[in-house]
Structure formats: structure tokens, C-alpha cells
Design a protein around this ligand. Structure first.
Ligand code: ZN
Length: 223
């Protein structure tokens, strides 16, 4: 008999077959699932959590897939995690986005880990394959919203938060480079460097000094 993760992967690949992501590279939807499952594995999620990572979008995006069906095929634990990650699609998009923020703190650690992987995957796709027609402001608002949702999640492992934050930084900088002015891109890269230094444990004073020296040196190089 096939193991739980392989069965979940096969199920998800079949249900999401023929679906593509909205971004400009129009990659198959399963690429997103591969990425979410591999992040959860890297962050040491349990077998049930990795299986649920494969399945996390099936109920929301592949009708008539239901929580009941997942329960029968994969057990109550896996189905429960997927249920925690399924938005109510009868609600308007803005309402759903607000609910993701207010419900984030109630997640189990397993669902929180999958949510972090999901948001990490989505945020990086803003840099690599942004949805067509999204303005700079829309991209930045999406990244900000993803950060708010993740900020409300119960704390899981710091490795996962670092990965998410790094991806947000890349997506933000790439958006400014593609759609903003040179000045905006330069300011964004300084802000990101500052955030990185502070995250790594530097004090505000050390960070300010480093950035001041960096700017002075680059002026000297210009001359
Ligand atoms: Zn997803």
C-alpha cells in the first residue's frame, strides 16, 4: 500500500490537473503544491502535515472535493488541517482576506506551518511570476497583507519565519526594480538591509552606522 504522503500527492495532482497559476509564466498549479510540501518537509513537519500541505487547496479550488472525502481517504488529522486552511469561497475576497488575519492566531501549529509555507510560496511568486496587470501598489499591498497574516500565526520554527521574511524582501525589492523609480528601488534596498541587520541581532545604532558608512563609501566610489 502506498504511504500517506504519496497518496496525498497523487490525489492533489489529479484534482489540480489542468489548473495553472495566474502569474505571467502560467506554471502548472502543482508547482505551488510541490513547493509548499517541500518547505513543510524542510521545516520538519510530520507526515500528516506534509500530506495536508499537498492537499491544502483541494477543497477550496477543486470542487466537489470535500472535507468529508479527505477524512475518508486520509483520516481526521489531515482533513482537519486542510479544513483550517480552507477559505469560505461564498464570501467576498476582501472579507476572506480580513478573516485570514483574524483567524490566523487560532491555527494549530501544523496548520500554521503549512500556512507559512503557502504564504512563502505565494510571496516569492510576486517576484518570479507576478500576476499580469498588478501595479506596484497592488504587489506591495499583497506582501504587506501576507506579512500581517504570518505575524498573527502562532510561533512555530524561526527557520520558517526567516525564509518567509527573506522572500518578502526579495519580492518587495523586485517589485520596486520592475515598477518603481530608481530612487524607490535604492531606498527599498537600504530598508531591506536595515531589516536584515536588525533581524540578525544588530542594534539600531550599529545598523545606522553601517548604512551611513556604506553610503559614504559608495559616494567616494562614484567620484
Ligand atoms: Zn496554496
Amino acid at each position: 500500500m502506498l504511504d500517506l504522503i504519496t497518496r496525498a500527492e497523487r490525489f492533489a495532482r489529479l484534482r489540480h490537473a489542468d489548473q495553472f497559476r495566474k502569474g505571467k509564466t502560467k506554471e502548472p498549479y502543482t508547482v505551488h503544491l510541490e513547493e509548499v510540501a517541500s518547505l513543510v518537509k524542510k521545516w520538519r513537519g510530520s507526515n500528516e502535515t506534509i500530506a495536508a500541505a499537498w492537499l491544502h487547496d483541494t477543497v477550496e479550488d477543486c470542487p466537489p472535493t470535500s472535507i468529508e472525502e479527505l477524512k475518508l481517504q486520509f483520516g481526521t488529522k489531515v482533513a482537519g488541517y486542510v479544513e483550517e486552511l480552507t477559505d469560505d469561497k461564498s464570501l467576498e475576497k476582501e472579507k476572506r482576506k480580513l478573516l485570514q488575519i483574524s483567524n490566523a492566531s487560532k491555527k494549530t501549529p501544523e496548520a500554521a506551518l503549512i500556512k507559512l509555507a503557502d504564504k512563502s510560496s505565494n510571496v516569492l511568486s510576486i517576484a518570479n511570476s507576478p500576476p499580469l496587470g498588478w501595479s506596484l501598489q497592488r504587489r506591495l499591498e499583497y506582501i504587506k497583507w501576507a506579512r500581517t497574516v504570518v505575524g498573527e500565526l502562532p510561533r512555530v520554527i524561526s527557520l520558517a519565519y526567516n525564509e518567509f521574511e527573506n522572500r518578502c524582501d526579495i519580492a518587495e525589492l523586485q517589485s520596486y526594480i520592475e515598477l518603481g523609480s530608481l530612487r524607490q528601488a535604492q531606498n527599498a534596498s537600504l530598508t531591506i538591509m536595515e531589516r536584515k541587520a536588525l533581524r540578525a541581532g544588530a542594534s539600531q545604532e550599529q545598523t545606522d552606522k553601517f548604512l551611513r558608512n556604506l553610503l559614504q563609501d559608495s559616494f567616494k566610489l562614484d567620484k
